[in-house]
Each structure stands twice: as C-alpha cells, then as structure tokens.
Design a protein around this ligand. Sequence first.
Ligand code: HEM
Length: 193
Amino acid sequence: EVVHAVNSRLFSFCGGLAGDWMVTSIRAICGETLPDAERVQIHQGVSAAHEALSSGTKWCLRGVTSNDRYVTRPEKELLLAKQAPLGRATATHAALIPIRKSAPWWAMTQDERRAMFEEESHHIKIGMDYLPAIARRLHHCRDLESKEPFDFLTFFDFAPSDEPLFDRMLERLRSTREWSFVDREVDIRLKKV
Ligand code: HEM
C-alpha cells in the first residue's frame, strides 16, 4: 500500500500551542513568513500526521526523508564518519528551516544542480566544517499529495554553546550561488521544553 511505503519516512512539524519544542523566534529570511506559534511538535508517520490537526495548531509542514540526490561516494563516507545523530542529550537547541527553491532551479538537470550545489557553492564542504557539532535531517516535500508550501524542511539540533557556530554556517551558505535559487526561507529557532 502506497501510504505504508512512506509511513516511517514521513515527518510533520506542527506549530501551535503544544509540543516538545518551545519557539524562541520565527524569522523570514526570504519570502513570506509563517504565523507565530508558541511550540512545535514533531510527529513521525501517517496516522500522527492526521492527528496533528489538533486545536491551536497554526500550521503543519510535512516532508519525507529520502535517498541522497547529490553526494558522491567519497563525500558520503566522509559525512558518515563525521556526522552525529539527532537527539543527543546536549542538543537542547534546534532550528527548523523550511526552504523553497525557484522554478529555474527545478528546470535544471540533475548534473547542472549538482554542479551548482557543490562545485560552485560548496554546500557539503561548508557543512562538513560544522560536524559533528550540528546534527541534521533533510525532508523532501515536493512529491507529497498535500500541497506543501516548501520544497524542503531542514532540521538541526545542537548544544546552546554551538548556536553561534550554526549562525556562521548559515551566513556562509546563504551567500552562495545555490541560495540565489532560494525564494522562500523561514528560520525557526527552538528550545527543548
Ligand atoms: C542538501 C549536507 C547544512 C539545506 C544537503 C546534502 C548534503 C548536505 C550532503 C545533499 C543530500 C543529497 O545528496 O540529496 C549538509 C551538512 C550541513 C548542512 C553536512 C551541516 C550541518 C545545511 C543548512 C541548510 C541546508 C544549515 C539550510 C539552512 C539543505 C537543503 C538541501 C540540502 C535545502 C537540499 C538541496 C536540494 O536538494 O536542492 N545538505 N547540509 N543544509 N541541504 Fe544541507
């Protein structure tokens, strides 16, 4: 069944009155912002996604984890060797950054996007500098039937003392050519309740 195939890969991020994460800020980097919320609840799976529409929920963003699109084998080995998992006891701060890319990005071919992403913009090379302090999970939204407002939901967690490091990485990434294709980006900072 189609719905079950995707079940464990589906994540919903719901902003509202309830949730394990307290919202400390919501800031539009590019394009329209999202409504204010006090908490964010993260749900995994399909049934949870339906339950998520409880009272007080202002917005619900959904995405699925997927196979890699751009990493080469050597890059993948380096990432696996250096990255940390989400949910470390010390990682009490987090960022949820939903991102949409423009039509010209999606009109490119796979090899053109890879060249822009890494050879031109060094996304992986930059990101690698911040492992293992920053842990991450990437969710894709484009292939879901629910009309999602973003193409990606990016989620990161880290120790409070590593937040300045995280901000430095964002400055570097946001000044790349890859980011000139980002047409909506909202930066949501969270603190574990
Ligand atoms: C994709 C690494 C930080 C946004 C990727 C991919 C890698 C990666 C390897 C490609 C996955 C694939 O092959 O499909 C990293 C590392 C980071 C980092 C190591 C350090 C923590 C960030 C940050 C953001 C971000 C801070 C957003 C503010 C994205 C997006 C994609 C992506 C939107 C999907 C791009 C696309 O498919 O067009 N990242 N990243 N990354 N990353 Fe990062």
